[in-house]
Design a protein. Sequence first.
Length: 250
Amino acid sequence: MATPGEKLAKSLEKLKELQDNGIIGIKASDLSRVHRERLVGNGFIREVLKGWYISTSNKEQLGDSTSWYVSFWRFCARYLEDRYGDDYCISAEQSLMLHAGNNSVPKQLIIRSTKGNNLPTGLLFGTSIFVMKSPLPDKTEFEEWNGVRMVNLPSSIVHCASSFFSNQSTDGRTALMMIKDASELLSILLDGGHSKIAGRLAGAYRNLEQNKIADDILKTMKSAGYDVREKDPFEEPTTIKLIKKHSWSI
């Protein structure tokens, strides 16, 4: 008869197989009930919500959040794919933060899906997922980050709330500076007739001393017949010191 240590070793082998396959969000069906209970009992996996787990260090204390924050994005990627398939994306605001290099774990991850129920799903350590019942952007406006479906940079800039630029000014400025030409934004602005957003973005680029992009947005939208009024969404002038690049010829 196998000893308790040998039984645990068998369960750990199953867990390692999942980890070797890159699985972070563990479904209950990925492991037999015996293996699940053994791994939970010995602190090697932790339940995030009913039927879903993450692997943990068995040395972690009950209130230790390290494994959760390390696992968060990959856990959400698998959970959301399993639940919604390709019928979801994270919000424009949270997409924009990721584009700006801010991958901190949000208190609440906002999801858009036509299958949404407008209710939060509680996760570990006070975090949650809120799924809004909402139409999705065009498929060409999607991309993936760590397996999570997000809105691409131009679309997230256009569709994010105006308050983002005042509340998350560093991320907002960083993301805006990643756009090299107004044409990256104009196709979305024109297609949706977003005259108010165009005025906001023109003001934002003026704040960043990117006058050519600001002028191109205004000129193109007005030439298409839209009444565009420039308005700076930032509360303060930019503190970013811009260095103009020079072309050198030999």
